[in-house]
Design a protein around this ligand. Structure first.
Ligand code: ATP
Ligand code: PRP
Ligand code: NIO
Ligand code: MG
Length: 536
């Protein structure tokens, strides 16, 4: 589908479609990536073989976990990476002092000699562990930095936000993403719908996203429709026909009026419907005529009594509404009426859903917009892209702030599982170190804190970085799974985490470590690179 939206592949593609958003081109980067590429080229360094890690430093939303999103779009990007002629022309105008040979070089490059290893999309991931390891000619990899970060940062943030809303709402609730009108523009809206679904939402109101990604699309009922009616006499065609045509009611308006009288006279409902607004009743009647098999009413335009609640005390109103539904079922024998869906919306977020849970409520479905899609609680994930090796020489980026010191070397990463089946720790090792073995005791060290270390005897070992783009190597390429498979994977991985890592209040940090050998090497390199001060 994305191919249809964005036909005419640029690069080789290798069967991988173009990025979903046609704005994702090699020009979607920061100018300094081009100036750096030029400087590498001028220095004759552009073909130096570089390894970069893409990782984040801190989990978002005060939590202790993150979900990785955006990988498929990165692979689509590099699979089709190629400058078009008009793009080269434009770059010449932006960088007029650069030599022609550089633009000839740019015209010639693609990502066929780039290797990408990554953690599968939808996995639970942790700070400092590379989500992606990207290797190739340094000038090319440099050009990938900004687009990769742009494709991963928001995707992972909003997937995590969605997963957090799912955790607080519970598995049995329907979660509907309603954020398109509030998102950061069309691409923000489309991405939000896609990644909210990946993080565990059930559906979106966004029709374009539903079409592009095959996400279920849902909608309820709007205020304007309710406000547009004045009275039942506006309804001219009063016949209600079931969608398969098997049942027809010639005068549905009379049926509605008769029911209203019955309910108003009901002793168990104690006059609840004494002040029914005729205009609201007309809107709902008219809506039922349009959708006889999928009726859902927004009932709070004038007075909240029913089915989508978009204002007021959602806990209280949902409980009252449920009582009313049950009373109708009981008194009039309308089987199933008590179980009618109650949807709630209006500035919902983790906190309000948590508060509703504590108060007790009868909401079946939550429609969530602003707080979900804008990631209101935290604006960015802060993924970074750091050089860890060049021409087989490990590199480290030092900082006064130890959380900003990068972990050098081309690495392998593993997740070690304990006796109870929970992941215990992620460990990074040098590329050539033997991997952890089941049943063998292994020292896991905090990368920067000497006193923090633990022995682990893994019951299961999972290598995290898998080959998604083999470059010129003969390794096989991982398949890109469907969005539904990624969503299932995400839900499964969240279920497998130890609950104390996942709780909202003061969650326990998950341990991220390095092997003893890598620890020693990091600190050797650190001392080697850090200048020694001179005291006068
Ligand atoms: N029982 C509840 N406990 C905690 N928060 C709630 C509860 N019910 C509703 N909320 C939240 O309280 C806020 C109410 O916002 P606000 O006062 O602006 O809306 P309202 O007056 O109910 O509706 P509106 O102004 O849209 O007609 C919303 O964020 C909503 O999600
Ligand atoms: O509340 P959110 O989580 O952002 O979810 C999306 C909102 O969009 C609709 O509001 P609408 O555009 O009709 O405006 P209103 O709620 O301000 O009346 C809907 O009624 C939700 O309240
Ligand atoms: O279908 C709805 O009820 C809906 C969709 C988007 C935003 N607000 C509500
Ligand atoms: Mg609202």
């Amino acid at each position: 589908m994305a191919e249809a939206a964005n036909g005419g592949a640029r690069g080789r593609g290798d069967g991988v479609p173009c990025p979903t958003n046609p704005m994702v081109t090699p020009l979607l980067t920061d100018l300094y990536q081009f100036t750096m590429a030029y400087a590498y080229w001028k220095a004759g360094k552009h073909l130096d073989r570089a390894v970069f890690d893409l990782y984040f430093r801190k989990n978002p939303f005060g939590g202790e976990f993150t979900i990785f999103g955006g990988l498929e779009e990165c692979i689509r990007f590099i699979a089709n990476f190629k400058f078009a002629e008009d793009e080269i022309k434009f770059l010449r105008s932006v960088m007029p002092s650069c030599e022609d040979g550089f633009f000839e070089y740019l015209s010639s490059i693609d990502c066929s000699d780039v290797e990408v290893y990554a953690i599968p999309e939808g996995y639970v991931v942790f700070p400092k562990v590379p989500l992606m390891r990207i290797e190739g000619p340094v000038a090319v990899i440099q050009l990938l930095e900004t687009p990769f970060l742009s494709l991963v940062n928001y995707a992972s943030l909003v997937t995590t936000n969605a997963a957090r809303h799912r955790l607080v709402a519970g598995k049995s609730k329907n979660l509907l993403e309603f954020g398109l009108r509030r998102a950061q523009g069309p691409d923000g809206g489309i991405s939000a719908s896609r990644y909210s679904y990946m993080g565990g939402f059930d559906a979106t109101s966004n029709v374009a996203a539903g079409r592009l990604f095959g996400i279920p699309i849902r909608g309820t009922h709007s205020h304007a429709f309710v406000s547009s009616f004045m009275g039942l006499d506006e309804i001219t065609d009063e016949a209600l026909t079931s969608s398969d045509g098997s049942n027809k009611c010639e005068d549905f308006v009379s049926v509605v009026q008769n029911w209203l009288i019955r309910i108003q006279d009901s002793s168990s409902l104690r006059g609840t419907f004494g002040e029914t607004s005729q205009s609201e009743l007309a809107a709902f009647t008219s809506y039922a005529l349009a959708f006889p098999n999928a009726f859902l009413a927004l009932v709070d335009t004038y007075d909240a009594v029913g089915i989508r609640l978009d204002s007021g005390d959602l806990a209280y109103l949902s409980v009252e509404t449920r009582k009313f539904f049950h009373a109708i079922e009981k008194e009039f024998g309308v089987v199933g009426f008590g179980k009618m869906t109650i949807t709630a919306s209006n500035d919902l977020n983790e906190e309000t859903i948590d508060a509703l849970n504590k108060q007790g409520h009868e909401v079946d479905a939550f429609g969530i917009g602003t707080y979900l899609v804008t990631c209101y609680a935290q604006a960015a994930l802060g993924c970074v892209f750091k050089l860890v090796e060049i021409n087989k020489q490990p590199r480290i980026k030092l900082s006064e702030d130890v959380t900003k010191v990068s972990i050098p070397c081309k690495k392998r990463c593993y997740r070690l599982y304990g006796k109870e089946g929970y992941p215990l720790v992620d460990i990074m090792t040098g590329e050539d170190e033997p991997g952890p073995k089941i049943g063998e005791r292994l020292l896991c060290r905090h990368p920067f804190n000497e006193s923090k270390r633990a022995y682990v005897v893994p019951q299961h070992v999972e290598e995290l970085l898998k080959c998604y783009w083999p470059g010129t190597s003969s390794n096989s390429r991982e398949e890109l799974p469907s969005i539904h498979e990624i969503r299932t994977r995400c839900i499964h991985h969240l279920d497998r985490m130890r609950p104390d890592h996942m709780r909202r209040l003061n969650p326990t940090p998950y341990k991220v470590s390095v092997s003893a050998k890598l620890y020693d090497f990091i600190h050797f390199l650190w001392l080697n690179e850090a200048p020694v001060g001179e005291l006068q």
